[in-house]
Design a protein around this ligand. Structure first.
Ligand code: GLN
Length: 534
């Protein structure tokens, strides 16, 4: 039986180096050589998952098909590699300790003293090996979050060191991504921070095989030789990673530097060369864009664009396909009122209201949904944005002045959106979120059907509240189309307003399934409508 090979990607010097993009790009390159690739992120923080973290702190929460709430880097992996990830794909210190402590309480370590080594490291290793097992992958790429030298990441580094020992050097590879700063005063690149970071890693027993140097300007030849010598790696194992205008150019740039050849050589893999035809076609589309469109993104976390990373990416993907630049106008929903909505949204060709939690900024979103409906401005409401479209419709068209969601007004007589645990069996009574992929049945002849061109779809969810069936007929009679439901018809998953060209609200998150070379049907619909091409 073939053995799975493990690649570990660590980071040094500073955070935010694009370690995730390097890992994801390598995944794409190896996949294009015919290998089955799985990827994983180990996050040293203590939260059990990022589900409860503020989007301001941590950016968006990415949701997998099997309902895991994960780090946004997993979105990069799925977009670059186009392989669905699962609950083993993201592991935090919190989850590791949680699992180990639960085992301890169940008596599984009876008699033993439970320690960081071996119990915590064994738990981490079991996740790493599980990704290989559950996916049947040839290659598992594991990114370790944080920066080498952090106290928190030490058990993870120890675990990946042990994996290398267990599977052997032919089946494991360590890639260290560091910053190569350029000092303008002395007009040169500086290698010392990289040397220190590698030393730190070596002190933990890990000898990096490949160094990826993030830099804003091209590196001189002498830098590669110097880094190779001081950091004890082969000369061609020092690779430059230049900052690029378009993220998706990264695999191509790295391949020009023979990144995957070197990785395959070091892992003793003889596989065909990369076939990047499809990826290059996509890049050509990106280069050849001629049109321009502005989409207003109305949300409450707009100060941190990473809070809407997958939505922003999905908009760009649709633009690539349709030959258009998509300019996102980031609009703080708290700044919008009925009085100024025309000024703010007037210049937009389309509007998106993405997901969110809590009541802050809700009225501005409702004013936006009303404005789009009344002015035939293309509108895509995602999760909260769908609920907003329903509330706006109930208030303005049905005349239910106090219509609201149970999340924002417990006492409203018209809770058109509510927490309805009986409605969907999947939501446990404790009030956890409805998470992960669920099937949805689409009515023929609707805007939804026009986008998807099929009656059966599956999309990922992350919400607690939903459309209240008590108001189905009232809203339908007033002209809201309930275009998609769960297969048994019990849950309203999508709504739309037929009088407009494109006015769609979906309870799920389509953005998670958009790919740069396979734009999502709903984002294609929105951007096409915004371009007047729908
Ligand atoms: N707050 C809403 C709910 O819980 C919407 C969630 C979301 O947009 N992801 O149902």
């Amino acid at each position: 039986m073939k053995s799975t090979k493990y690649i570990f990607v660590t980071g040094g010097v500073v955070s935010g180096l694009g370690k995730g993009i390097t890992a994801a790009s390598l995944g794409r390159l190896l996949k294009s050589r015919g290998l089955k690739v799985a990827s994983q992120k180990l996050d040293p923080y203590i939260n059990v998952d990022p589900g409860t973290m503020s989007p301001y702190q941590h950016g968006e929460v990415y949701v997998t098909d099997d309902g895991a709430e994960t780090d946004l880097d997993l979105g990069h992996y799925e977009r670059f590699i186009d392989e669905d990830l699962n609950k083993f794909s993201n592991l935090t210190s919190g989850k590791v300790y949680w699992n180990v402590l639960n085992k301890e309480r169940r008596g599984e370590y009876l008699g033993e003293t439970v320690q960081v080594i071996p119990h915590i490291t064994n738990e981490i290793k079991s996740f790493i090996y599980n990704v290989g097992k559950t996916s049947g992958a040839d290659i598992v790429i594991t990114e370790v979050g944080g920066t080498t030298g952090d106290i928190e990441s030490q058990p993870f580094l120890e675990a990946i060191r042990q994996v290398g020992l267990e599977v052997g050097s032919e089946n494991s590879l360590y890639i260290h991504v560091t910053l190569l700063p350029f000092l303008h005063g002395s007009d040169e690149h500086k290698t010392k921070p990289t040397q220190h970071s590698v030393k730190e890693l070596q002190g933990l027993g890990i000898k990096p095989d490949i160094l990826v140097l993030r830099c804003d300007e091209k590196l001189e030849e002498s830098i590669f030789r110097k880094v190779a010598m001081f950091c004890n790696v082969k000369p061609d194992c020092v690779i430059e990673n230049l900052t690029l205008p378009v993220l998706y150019q990264a695999p191509i740039m790295l391949e020009k530097l023979h990144f995957s050849d070197i990785v395959c050589r070091e892992l003793n893999l003889s596989v065909p060369p990369c076939d990047l035809t499809e990826w290059n076609n996509m890049l050509e589309k990106i280069q050849n864009r001629t049109k321009k469109v502005t989409i207003g993104l109305v949300g409450k976390y707009v100060q941190l664009h990473d809070a809407y990373l997958s939505v922003a990416e999905a908009l760009q993907h649709a633009g690539y396909e349709l030959g258009s630049y998509v300019n996102i106008k980031w609009i703080d929903s708290e700044s919008i009122s009925k009085e100024n909505v025309d000024d703010i949204l007037g210049g937009c060709n389309g509007v998106i209201v993405p997901g969110g939690f809590g009541s802050r900024g809700i009225e501005g979103m409702i004013a936006s949904a009303d404005y789009c409906r009344e002015h035939n401005l293309p509108y895509l409401g995602i999760c909260l944005g769908m609920q907003i479209a329903v509330i706006a419709f109930a208030r303005s068209v049905c005349g239910f002045k106090d219509a609201n969601s149970g999340e924002f007004d417990e006492n409203s007589a018209h809770k058109v959106i509510d927490f309805l645990p009986d409605q969907s069996e999947s939501v446990n009574k404790g009030g956890t979120l409805r998470l992960g992929a669920y099937p949805c049945k689409i009515k023929k002849g609707t805007q939804m059907y026009k986008c998807y061109k099929t009656e059966e779809i599956s999309e990922r969810h992350r919400h607690r509240y939903e459309f209240n069936n008590d108001f189905r007929s009232a809203l339908e009679d007033s002209g809201l189309t309930l275009s998609g439901t769960s297969p048994d018809g019990n849950i309203i998953e999508t709504v739309e307003y037929d009088k407009n060209n494109f006015y769609v609200g979906v309870q799920f998150h389509p953005e998670f399934k958009s790919r740069p070379n396979k734009a999502h049907p709903l984002f294609l619909g929105l951007v096409a409508a915004a371009l007047g091409e729908y």
